[in-house]
Design a protein around this ligand. Structure first.
Ligand code: FES
Ligand code: FES
Length: 224
């Protein structure tokens, strides 16, 4: 059994102390010893970025960092982005703009984006800038467009909220209109069917009522 060492660091703003094997992966220390399971393991070899956390504000793959390197560090995991139980603007934008699906890459995407927004504070990062920052984090579900849009929206929270509200407002009447239109079609079909039934009971075709009552021209001439 390998020797255990005491490691102290700051995790999401709080002091943390663990006794672990020095070469235990930081990813495992966070998940198993600190019970911060938001950070995910994808490839386990530094390729996918799912395990990304921030050390001193910089994104690192925690699957590649031995625990001993965390001594004295300031570490931020995805759990550290929400404040007092309230999601950050970035997390909210991911939810509202569809930046997350299965969620496997999302913690890594979020902390990496948070680091980017901390650097670009006060301006909305460009498309290429966001893609470049997120290039070490792979997503197998969403494609990257919605993620990029969510990051940019979080940099300008007010317009993002307006956009999300506008999308929601637009979506409701459309759904309502569809239901009303469907009801009208059903009612129309019903009316036609009833008319047909009534006409067949009367032994004539619907829509031919006047002509049916009126004798043919040849008959009219014959009567004169
Ligand atoms: S799990 Fe660490 S980079 Fe994939
Ligand atoms: S949301 Fe599923 S991998 Fe990115």
């Amino acid at each position: 059994m390998s020797q255990l060492v005491r490691i102290r660091f700051t995790l999401n703003g709080r002091p943390q102390s663990v006794k672990v094997p020095p070469m235990k992966r930081l990813l495992d220390v966070l998940r198993e010893d600190c019970r911060m399971t938001g950070t995910k393991e994808g490839c386990g070899e530094g390729e996918c970025g799912a395990c990304t956390v921030l050390i001193a504000g910089d994104p690192v793959n925690s699957c590649l960092v031995p625990a001993v390197h965390a001594e004295g560090a300031k570490i931020t995991t995805v759990e550290g982005l929400a404040k007092n139980g309230k999601l950050s603007a970035l997390q909210t934008a991911f939810i509202e703009l569809g930046g997350a699906q299965c969620g496997m890459c999302t913690p890594g995407m979020l902390v990496t984006s948070a680091a980017l927004l901390a650097r670009t504070k006060g301006r909305v990062p460009g498309d290429a800038e966001v893609r470049d920052a997120l290039s070490g984090t792979l997503c197998r579900c969403t494609g990257y467009q919605k993620i990029v849009e969510a990051v940019q929206a979080a940099a300008a929270p007010a317009p993002a909220k307006k956009k999300a509200a506008a999308v929601a407002k637009k979506a409701k009447p459309v759904a309502k209109k569809k239901v009303v239109a469907k009801k009208k079609v059903v009612a129309k079909k019903k009316a036609v069917a009833q008319k047909k039934a009534a006409a067949s009971r009367a032994g004539r075709r619907p829509g031919a009522s006047k002509q049916a009552r009126r004798p043919a021209a040849s008959q009219r001439r014959g009567r004169r």
